[in-house]
Design a protein around this ligand. Structure first.
Ligand code: KG4
Ligand code: ZN
Length: 344
């Protein structure tokens, strides 16, 4: 696709049809990770730098947006410099600069997006604004030769969607959560049973040591490809209360919760891919790092599907997926005046 440099308006070809090697530098700052990456031709990671804010937010039990935004400010120049250093590339070697526009925390997005726009302006390169959810899906292109069409399950802190990926740029959401996102449910249940932030990965770890059939928990009953996790969350709350101050069987609660969630998600993903007749399924988003969800999705291979999941470090927020998206997906925000947005 032909794009224009920001300063002088020169034409630059970007993407799989450009006919030469593309090196896209991308920045991601939508939540609590300040990240910068350089990716060659959408699939080969040349540099991947992530500055995590977990230590900062741990003491509050969750992400505090204002503090997160300030920390992005402190880290942004460092991660950009580290990405250049790690790659050995110079700004003039970069084909285009890409950044996350939304959805995410507005103050956080502003830092990364303004840095991206500034780099593009100063070095006279195209600017490519990327949707964070599209970027999560594109994590599946890293280190693989995966090509659409495929059915995708996108599970993150803010979203739970089944997406029909017809082509690199054409995606249709077939269903989504009507209340809590999976990651949100994980984090809330983790807090309920006394686990520190970030709850999801900790709950996952404990679940692996518990009995997944210890407690029967209700699957959200929603039509089609939609999901609901608030009932399950309430059921866990009731279960915790039933112990009335006695020691909680934490590992069994985690395992039973994880079993219920993963079963629901993969059941609907299987139904969607069967109905559409695709041969490939993928998972994406922070919760795609979950051990049981990965296991159950890979079990779909026995029905003949080709299954892909990004490497763990490309499931949670990172900038390589943003660079990959800027390369493959032409549905981007290329106007330098584009404003960040908080909700999809
Ligand atoms: O995609 P992501 O990094 O940020 C958003 O775009 O939301 O996802 C973060 C979410 C958090 O809710 C976190 O608890 C969850 O992903 N998460 C996990 C695991 N690793 C991260 N949830 C369950 N099991 C995991 N292993
Ligand atoms: Zn994310």
């Amino acid at each position: 696709m032909e794009r224009e440099t920001l300063f002088s308006g020169k034409k630059v070809l970007v993407g799989p049809d450009s006919g030469y090697d593309n090196y896209i530098m991308a920045i991601e700052s939508s939540c609590d990770e300040t990240a910068c990456a350089i990716v060659k031709n959408g699939r080969e990671v040349i540099a991947n730098i992530v500055a995590s804010q977990i230590k900062t937010h741990e003491k509050f039990g969750g992400v505090i947006p204002e503090i997160a935004a300030r920390e992005h400010l402190d880290s942004i120049n460092i991660v950009v410099q580290e990405a250049f250093d790690q790659s050995g590339l110079k700004p003039e070697d970069i084909t285009a600069f890409a950044g996350t526009v939304g959805p995410g925390l507005v103050g956080c997005l502003l830092v990364g997006l303004n840095a991206t726009k500034t780099l593009a302006l100063v070095h006279d390169k195209p600017f490519i604004g990327v949707n964070h959810l599209n970027a999560h899906l594109c994590a599946n292109y890293i280190d693989t030769d995966l090509k659409p069409p495929f059915m995708a399950l996108l599970v993150s802190g803010g979203h739970t969607q089944i997406i029909d990926v017809e082509s690199y740029s054409k995606q249709t959401i077939l269903g989504e959560t009507i209340d809590d996102a999976v990651g949100e449910a994980y984090d809330k249940v983790a807090r309920l049973i006394g686990l520190p932030y970030p709850g999801g990965p900790r709950l996952d770890k404990l679940a692996q040591e518990g009995n997944p059939h210890a407690f029967e928990l209700p699957e959200g009953k929603v039509d089609g490809y939609n999901f609901s996790f608030s009932g399950l969350k309430t059921a866990v709350l009731r279960l915790v209360k039933s112990f009335d101050g006695q020691e909680l069987p934490v590992k069994d609660i985690c395992a039973s919760f994880q079993e219920c969630v993963s079963k629901t998600l993969v059941k609907k993903l299987k139904k969607a891919v069967e109905e559409k007749g695709y041969k490939q399924v993928v998972i994406a988003g922070g919760v795609a790092a979950n051990s049981e969800i990965r296991k159950k999705v890979f079990e779909l291979e026995k029905y003949g599907y080709k299954v892909n999941a990004p490497a763990m470090k490309y499931c949670t927020d990172n900038a390589s997926m943003v660079a990959s998206c800027a390369y493959f997906n032409t549905n981007t925000f290329d106007d330098v005046d584009v404003e960040v947005f908080s909700r999809a």
